[in-house]
Design a protein around this ligand. Structure first.
Ligand code: HEM
Length: 160
């Protein structure tokens, strides 16, 4: 093979490997972030140009594609812009249930919460972050129950 031919072959192999490397090492499409309660209120569907976010079990989902459920004046708008874990567990829109507090929920309600979390929210909506209270306990110490693996396709290298 001529020198030119060899050069061409080497360049071709290099380009193929480089492309392969690029594809395998693409970073996660969007980094997840931490939301305080106050920050979450901005995404309550009242502003047309903002996405709509809702947290369940401290995981913040982008529910913008469910605008017919969650948008301004939609039936479940009360659930968004906040962590509505208790409301989802109890299937309630009562203002006092619009909270992340799970105190006193029955086993049945907790099971229902888990299945809606898995089958509706994790299946239908992208995760955009976590609530600050999921990561930290009230006294500021790390919450030992925090499991970032709840993020679909979670890979430790995407987080650090
Ligand atoms: C008489 C009572 C209710 C009826 C008949 C009803 C019916 C429905 C129906 C038909 C859907 C649409 C399902 C779909 O097209 O995928 C839906 C969705 C939904 N319902 Fe209800 N619902 C009721 C009460 C409630 C209550 C009290 C809550 C309080 C948490 C609730 C929370 C939701 C949520 C969050 C969705 C949207 C889930 C998603 O994002 O896909 N529903 N409901």
């Amino acid at each position: 093979m001529s020198t030119l031919g060899k050069c061409f072959l080497v360049a071709l192999i290099y380009a193929t490997l480089a492309e392969d490397f690029k594809l395998k090492h693409q970073p996660a499409s969007k980094p997840v972030r931490l939301f305080t309660e106050e920050e979450l209120t901005r995404y309550d569907g009242s502003q047309e140009d903002e996405p709509i976010y809702m947290a369940v079990k401290g995981v913040v989902f982008d529910v913008t594609t469910g605008k017919e459920f969650y948008g301004k004046d939609a039936p479940y708008n009360a659930l968004v812009g906040k962590d509505s874990t208790r409301a989802v567990a109890k299937m309630s829109l009562d203002p006092e249930d619009l909270t992340s507090d799970t105190t006193g929920l029955t086993d049945e309600q907790l099971e229902s919460l888990d299945s809606i979390f898995e089958d509706t929210y994790k299946t239908k909506y992208p995760i955009v972050g976590y609530t600050a209270s999921r990561i930290l306990s009230a006294d500021g110490s790390p919450n030992k129950d925090f499991k970032p693996e709840d993020q679909p396709h979670f890979q430790i290298r995407d987080e650090f």
